[in-house]
Design a protein around this ligand. Structure first.
Ligand SMILES: Nc1nc2c(ncn2[C@@H]2O[C@H](COP(=O)(O)OP(=O)(O)O)[C@@H](O)[C@H]2O)c(=O)[nH]1
Ligand SMILES: [Mg+2]
Ligand SMILES: [Zn+2]
Length: 351
């Protein structure tokens, strides 16, 4: 099987390529790693490193001109999904695209530490918003004595999202997970450092190809060993994206994802007595009635509320920035739209 098919090339990509890269002498390629201003591309004839990332991210499909001179990326194909968050350590509110053209987002939840429901919900919102199908992957099942409880609790929390239980160590649940990734599909793993993402990939490939870190005694966290988002072929055109652990997950334009994950909460709003109910202490508020009767968990409401406010304040800052740009744009050169450059100074586990 040629390199490109191993990295997920399908008829769909072929179709996009024919419409967007009609130039003769151009061949399709996929970004399998974008790091420190360089990209690693998979091409039909093998891998190729190029300097400059031009705003490309792991998972992008591109056209590469290769007609004798030095090969160069001449176009990027439209993305069918975009996994993003608000850039960490950046007050100016920019998006950071973590990956593109992902079909499944695996929200990785390790069973060797207490379940963080807020983190799970937040990551699910981003996963749902990306355009990919979310699944929850519980890892390290061999380490948990009460994993039946946690599985049940997780299933209850994620409402309809599929939950798979795995152990890389005991080789449990691997075939089931592998079976979820169809030919030409890409699964991205998202989760905290030390959650077992790289170990899971090694177990799936049967190779020791991703670096894994020993967990520090005491806090159960991993050493930060995966330093860049990277595509790994599993054979038969199934692909998995390893990611460094993300410490936080600030949302970016994720209203649709929020509505998807918190449909039960938003469904209450029309039942409030006042149409403009702020769900604080108004009489006849359906949200507070539901909390009072035990129908809605207060923690879940507060989690929703926090993300909703975060998105609203992001929009306010965006429109202020937009106005400022409009008033100054006639005097200044356009800002560099390149992404990923300032990733260089970031801790390795938070790129
Ligand atoms: N017991 C057990 N340990 C695991 C399992 N998966 C990963 N680990 C350990 O957890 C630590 C972190 O794993 P790693 O794959 O590097 O996590 P990542 O940061 O999410 O990529 C390593 O010491 C692994 O050996 C598992 O299924 N069972
Ligand atoms: Mg890793
Ligand atoms: Zn209300």
């Amino acid at each position: 099987m040629d390199t490109l098919v191993q990295y997920g090339f399908t008829d769909r990509v072929d179709g996009l390529f024919s419409s967007f890269a009609p130039t003769a002498g151009t061949l399709p390629a996929r970004v399998i790693r974008a790091d420190r201003g360089r990209v690693l591309l998979a091409r039909p004839q093998g891998l190729l490193h190029l300097d400059g990332d031009g705003g490309l991210v792991t998972g992008d499909w591109v056209g590469v001109r290769d007609d004798g001179g030095s090969p160069a990326v001449v176009c990027a194909l439209p993305r069918w999904s975009t996994l993003q968050r608000k850039r960490a350590f950046d007050p100016s509110s920019q998006a950071q695209v973590l990956g593109a053209n992902i079909d499944l987002v695996g929200v990785v939840v390790p069973l060797d530490r207490p379940l963080s429901t807020n983190r799970l919900e937040r990551t699910l919102v981003a996963a749902c918003d990306s355009g990919a199908v979310p699944i929850v992957i519980l890892t390290k099942a061999d380490l948990s004595t009460r994993f039946d409880d946690v599985v049940a609790e997780t299933i209850a929390r994620v409402r309809g999202v599929e939950v798979l239980t795995t152990s890389a160590e005991a080789a449990d649940g691997l075939e089931e997970l592998r079976g979820r990734i169809g030919t030409g599909q890409t699964l991205a793993l998202l989760g905290p450092s030390g959650a077992g993402k790289s170990s899971l990939i090694n177990a799936l490939t049967g190779e020791d190809r991703q670096d894994t870190g020993a967990v520090r005694a005491g806090d159960g966290r991993g050493r930060h060993t995966t330093t860049a988002r990277e595509l790994v072929p599993l054979g038969d055109g199934a692909v998995v994206m390893d990611t460094p652990g993300l410490r936080g997950f600030a949302l970016w334009d994720a209203e649709d994802g929020l509505s998807e994950v918190f449909g039960d909460v938003e469904a209450l709003f029309p039942d409030c007595r006042f149409r403009d109910c702020a769900h604080d202490r108004e009489p006849g508020c359906a949200v507070h009635a539901a909390i009072g009767s035990g129908l809605l968990e207060e923690r879940r409401w507060l989690s929703y509320r926090k993300m909703e406010r975060e998105l609203a304040s992001l929009h306010r800052r965006q429109s202020v920035a937009e106005q400022r740009r409009r008033t100054t744009s006639s005097h200044r050169p356009p800002r560099d739209a390149g992404m990923g450059k300032d990733d260089r100074n970031r801790p390795a586990d938070d790129r």
